[in-house]
Design a protein around this ligand. Structure first.
Ligand code: FAD
Length: 404
């Protein structure tokens, strides 16, 4: 008999939220979370740290403080899945058995995928909001830079929070504009993709800011190397390669499925956990569910998506325990609050196929336009919702969608 009815791999945004949603529905479930990290991060706050709005410490809590007391915390990394045996292999070689498995291990930031990057991160004007310890350096650099060239890069999709590369850029420009030195800055957005943002409805508002800040869009250009001491960045372009000088560069690394998932029987195309996009149940193993950044569902990889997915997994997993058909369906909701200037946000909210899924009526908050209300939501309300509602299974903002 398995020691746990449910084993969740990963105690990040989606893992803790799923445990909370399961417990709320069925308090007697024996749940374990496999999670090696001592700290839990509110990553959506890192954009605000890089923009000088939040302190880094506001985005970090001890894992022990967010780990629910009804869960057995296995404080180790998972190294392999053996779904035929219903076992997860742990880093010390031991195994944990389950009846149901939830994979919520996030994604891998591939810093080494860019030549020279790891040697110079945090020095020589090279920064990234994608790491807790580096986001404050973004703000340092923005304050120190009064003239010169600033590069902002975006790797190929999929990445978590697809808007974050440009959010860093707009908040930097907003600060330079406030200080009156924007006219002395040469700002470039090097995007490996061919469009500014994947959902067309939000592009006009973003383009107004691109023009206002005098940003040059270098589309279809993928960062391949950074030389920190020479202060140069090299890009693969449609016609070959090009190397440019910079005074500061904000890098977003390429992102992949974690290696132990890629190498496992749970992986589908591209190495991501292969789940049904509506039920979030694994396509081959009926007692396995997946959610958050580690799956192959074509939604925006965001904490907002995880907030909607966790109750869906909880509903469906409990139905599966009772051998019933799965009642809940995920519509692909994800959200990306684009910080276009200090105090204003374009609130992108959309589901599968780029369908707009606004949380508010248009008269209250039109997500396609920059608004102060959306800024208040991001700066004051969403962090509280994260810590106090999402991680605690308080689902008043989330009604699991029904199938059919
Ligand atoms: P994570 O929260 O990353 O958690 C994964 C967990 O798995 C971690 O705790 C990790 O330690 C653990 N883990 C990893 N490997 C193993 C292993 N081998 N065994 C066991 N556990 C393991 N989202 C928004 O909604 N809005 C935003 O504005 C927003 N902005 C963002 C800005 C930035 C700069 C970044 C970096 C992200 C942003 N996001 C935003 C995205 C959001 O943070 C993620 O989508 C969300 O955290 C995904 O949750 P997750 O649980 O899948 O992954």
């Amino acid at each position: 008999k398995a020691e746990f009815e449910v084993v969740i791999v990963g105690g990040g945004s989606s893992g803790i939220a799923t445990a909370a949603s399961l417990h709320k529905r069925e308090p007697s479930l024996r749940i374990a979370i496999v999670e090696p990290a001592a700290k839990h991060y509110y990553q959506p706050g890192w954009t605000m740290v890089g923009g000088g709005v939040f302190k880094a410490s506001q985005t970090e809590r001890d894992m022990a403080s967010v780990m629910p007391d009804y869960v057995s915390w296995i404080s180790q990394a998972a190294t392999a899945f053996e779904p035929d045996k219903n076992e997860v292999v742990l880093e010390d070689g031991s195994r944990v058995g389950y009846i149901f498995l939830v994979v919520a291990a996030g994604l891998k930031l591939d810093w080494d995928g860019i030549e020279g990057l790891t040697d110079t991160l945090g020095r020589n004007g090279v920064t990234s909001n994608y790491r807790y310890d580096l986001a404050p350096y973004t703000w340092d650099l923005v304050q120190r830079t009064r003239s010169g060239r600033a590069l902002f890069t975006q790797p190929p999709m999929p990445i978590k929070c697809a808007g974050a590369p440009q959010k860093a850029m707009y908040l930097s420009c907003s600060e330079w504009e406030r200080r009156g030195c924007l006219k002395d800055m040469d700002v470039h957005f090097h995007n490996a993709g061919g469009v500014l943002f994947g959902v067309a409805d939000y592009v006009p508002a973003l383009m107004e800011y691109v023009e206002r800040y005098g940003i040059t869009l270098d589309l279809n250009e993928r960062l391949t190397a950074v030389d920190g001491s020479a202060k140069t960045a090299t890009f693969a372009t449609e016609s070959g390669t090009k190397t440019v000088d910079f005074d500061m560069i904000h890098v977003v690394p390429p992102q992949t499925a974690p290696d132990f998932i890629k190498a496992s029987p749970l992986a589908g195309d591209g190495g991501w956990v292969d789940v049904d996009p509506a039920t979030l149940r694994h396509t081959k193993f009926d007692n396995v569910f997946g959610l958050g950044d580690c799956t192959n569902t074509p939604n925006a990889k965001t904490a907002a998506a995880a907030r909607k997915q966790a109750p869906i997994v909880a509903e469906n997993l409990i139905a599966a325990i009772l051998d019933k058909s799965l009642p809940a369906a995920y519509d692909g909701y994800g959200s990306c609050p684009l910080t276009v200037e200090h105090g204003k946000i374009v609130l992108a909210e959309f589901g599968y196929g780029g369908k707009l899924l606004p949380s508010f009526p248009e008269w209250m908050l039109d997500g396609r336009k920059p608004t102060r209300r959306a800024w208040t939501l991001k700066a004051d309300i969403l962090p509280k919702i994260y810590w106090e509602a999402m991680l605690k299974g308080r689902e008043w903002l989330v009604k699991p969608g029904k199938l059919g």
